[in-house]
Design a protein around this ligand. Sequence first.
Ligand code: NCD
Ligand code: ZN
Length: 343
Amino acid sequence: MKIISILQPDDWHLHLREGYMLDAVVQYSSKIFSRCIAMPNLTLPITSSKIAKDYKKEIQLKSSSKNFEAFIPCYLTDDIDLNEFSKGLKNSSFFGAKFYPIKATTNSSYGISDIEKLYPALEILEENNSPLLIHGEKISPDIDIFDREKYFIDDELQNILKRFNNLKIVLEHVSSEYGADFITESGPNIAATVTIHHLTLTKKDVFNGKINPHNYCMPVVKNEQDLVSLRKHVCSGNKKFFLGTDSAPHDVKDKESTHNIKAGIFSAPVAIEMYASVFEEEDKIHNLEKFSSINGADFYDLPHNSHTIKLKKDEWINPEFTSYNGVKIKNFMGGKKINWKVV
Ligand code: NCD
Ligand code: ZN
């Protein structure tokens, strides 16, 4: 039986939510991953060091492993308090900052309405050598939903890069061939996280006669050609690409709603196993550890984890739902066969 051993992985893009939802989901990440970036798009966005510290503590308290560490970026808004922001970076309450364009995705109604409004905060990030994490989609009635990433790169990201030469940037959940090529061809200060669903789904899995709400996420999954290209970049071991599940749980009621389907896919219970399958399918399993456990830490100037985990080639069926205390979440790959198992 095939067994591989890798340094313990980190999840550099994760939604853990709060309250009952946090209770229901945190164990899946904390039992596998060592560290995570817990996204700040809570019902009320995380914009102060106090809220960030409290959230970090709440996550730690509810985790199955006491060593699981969450880093919390500050949620950037148009009217962010720059003193508070700077203070939070200096005392490490904030791990950099997250830029959501307004109304781009779940809980982004407090996001940035105009890129120029972002610049004072970016100066502060650059001075502090702290990273900017970007939801890279340009939202406009004229822009096709499948082209949002490309337009964001051409119209906004390029301007940020020109203006802030030394800023460290992560293009989160890169989803297109255009985006992945852009990352590979750009300088060393810019990298990207890649989700498991963008490596395994295409738009046919979401829009096919009727919408499958459980595969609906932002950025939407794209064409076969995009998937092939993402796999090529990621599986090559390129240090600019690292693991970020974007695991984003929603209650089934919000996913199956007829008027407003919430975007997000809950992949935490099968994430490392499914990434292993992708690397295996591409004949690149020897590069899994770079992607899952090394490239991200190196980009963020953090030490590598010291423990290892083992994955065994062994089939099991992922339960269809995660249910806990009245919360019910549809699992990514729910009811389906998974080929790897953490031992
Ligand atoms: C995320 C969520 O639900 O918070 N949704 C998603 O579709 N990925 C937000 C995000 O990362 O866009
Ligand atoms: Zn996300």
